[in-house]
Design a protein around this ligand. Structure first.
Ligand code: AMP
Ligand code: ZN
Length: 505
């Protein structure tokens, strides 16, 4: 097997491509900001985890021992990222008249279902924020004297006590800070609460005793503390959606500097390790196609968003959405449309059909045997393989890597390798892309929309009768059966080149 190409990844902190060099030789430690579980995740959120999954798979493929942590935020995230408003979970629980624990459990499970449906590999640990509160209090105590001050609202981090605050956001301008709501007594507009004291006379469902009174941790503190506790500071890569580049991650970085004992005298963020992670990586947004009076980023708080389950209910296999994500570079904005999703499904179907053909040729041999260890290959397949690796190593260019997979399939006849090696080649490439090509079948991809009353068995039985009628040249009956299916929303696709005999419209 050829040695994987060295990885070049885009670091948001320097806004440049940088070679990946691990903090601990042979290892890759990655932290991904998880969802705030006050509502269902939307498909935009899931783009962030597809991206993190591709990154993790690539690191594993390149031979690094991966430790990936994704957190679950069940406390601390306010309705405004910039430290204003109410706790999102407290608010959701009050609105539903349920406990926060119920709410958090329900939406965490919904998130995990989406993770599984998109073939995203689970991390080494799902760290639950509310389980780390003692460590958060200890961390706040550690940095309080040098970096924090108290206000009636709680303990605030003084962003003036660390060097290069806000560099990640490139936000050291009045414009950037103007977005942050003023709290009386703050030393700098960007200062933020790391402990939020419960106001007198109120009780929160989630609150803990601390040296600064009963209250709850700040959202930014959670991620600094969980990443430090589970990966150690500094670690290799921190990921999240591009919105986190503005407030959440600059604040994590400031806390990480403080937790590692770096103040002005130690220099700033020109030293990669000082920020707590060597690389900060961000996926761009999934945006809804602009419509009259509505456009832009999909967001949970706007209340109107697309869930993966809605795609499934409409008859799109969830892996079509993964394909849609992989077709774009993670740093580009991606526009969602139903036509685009349909095209991604067709593309996935072609790949699955090619793999099915190879599997048939191998006469049912156990496909589990096709692991990622490839035997030495003839030059032609090695060349394709090399191009694939180069694409992925170039800041995870999955769009290009996908076209290489398709070229390989189109040229199998000329490559000069047998079916089992062809399958191994595809399995290896898919270990990075995660489209589950060796396990998915054509039948899996054809989902019945939820609104359809007719069952697959009825459709297949009617189609079989129609075939008999046509064989007996009883075209009146054949047409009647077709009309019967059409009336129930089933489009019969005679002679479809992809072998898709029918679809529900
Ligand atoms: P949240 O649950 O709001 O904390 O978001 C979970 C993850 O989804 C974060 O990494 C966000 O940055 C990311 N995210 C939120 N909206 C979008 C979107 N429209 N497209 C891509 N990623 C998003
Ligand atoms: Zn975070």
């Amino acid at each position: 097997m050829t040695t994987p190409a060295p990885l070049n990844l885009f670091n948001s902190l320097t806004r440049a491509l940088e070679p990946f060099t691990p903090v601990h030789p042979g290892e890759a430690r990655v932290y991904t900001c998880g969802p705030t579980v006050y509502n269902y995740p939307h498909i935009g959120n899931m783009r962030a985890y597809v991206f993190a999954d591709i990154l993790g798979r690539t690191l594993t493929y390149n031979g690094y021992r991966l430790t990936h942590i994704i957190n679950i935020t069940d406390v601390g995230h306010l309705t405004d990222d910039a430290d204003a408003g109410e706790d999102k979970l407290e608010q959701a629980a009050a609105a539903a008249a349920r406990s926060i624990w119920d709410i958090a459990q329900h939406y965490t499970e919904a998130f995990w279902a989406d993770i599984a449906a998109l073939n995203i590999r689970p991390p080494a640990e799902w760290s639950i924020a509310s389980a780390f509160v003692p460590q958060m209090i200890a961390a706040a105590e550690q940095i309080a004297a040098q970096h924090c001050y108290e206000l009636p609202g709680g303990l605030y981090f003084d962003t003036g006590t660390v060097a290069d605050y806000g560099r990640l956001a490139r936000a050291a301008t009045d414009e950037g800070e103007g977005r942050i709501e003023a709290v009386e007594g703050k030393r700098h507009p960007a200062d933020f609460a790391i402990w939020r004291r419960t106001p007198p006379g109120e009780t929160r469902q989630m609150e803990w005793d601390s040296p600064w009174g009963r209250g709850a941790p700040g959202w930014h503190l959670e991620c600094s503390v969980m990443s430090a506790a589970l990966l150690g500071l500094p670690f290799d890569i921190h990921t999240g959606g591009i919105d986190h580049r503005e407030i959440h991650h600059p604040n994590e970085i400031a806390q990480n500097q403080a937790l590692q004992g770096f103040d002005h005298t130690h220099g700033g963020l020109d030293c990669a390790q000082h920020s707590g992670a060597k690389l900060w990586m961000h996926n761009n947004f999934l945006v809804a196609r602009a419509e009259e009076g509505r456009s832009g980023k999909m967001s949970k708080s706007s209340g109107e968003f697309l869930r993966l389950q809605l795609l499934i209910d409409r008859g799109y296999h969830p892996m079509a959405y993964r394909m849609l994500c992989l077709q774009a570079h993670y740093r580009s904005e991606l526009e969602f449309s139903w036509e685009g999703l349909g095209a991604a499904l067709t593309r996935l179907k072609r790949l699955v059909m090619a793999v099915e053909k190879l599997k048939l040729g191998l006469g049912g041999r156990d496909i589990e045997a096709f692991t990622v260890a490839l035997p030495p290959q003839p030059p032609m397949s090695a060349a394709y393989f090399h191009t694939f690796q180069q694409a992925i190593a170039d800041d995870l260019n999955t769009a290009l890597a996908l076209t290489v997979v398709e070229q390989v399939i189109a040229n199998f006849g000329n490559i000069g390798i047998g079916e089992s090696m062809q399958l191994s080649l595809l399995a290896t490439m898919d270990s990075v892309l995660g489209l589950n090509l060796l396990a998915l079948t054509r039948a899996d991809l054809r989902l019945r929309p939820k609104s359809a009353a007719i069952t697959e068995a009825e459709i297949e039985a009617t189609l079989a009768q129609r075939k008999e009628a046509r064989a007996a040249r009883d075209f009146a009956k054949s047409d009647a059966l077709r009309a019967h299916l059409t009336a129930q929303g089933v489009e019969v696709m005679d002679g479809d080149p992809l072998g898709w005999d029918w679809k529900l419209s």
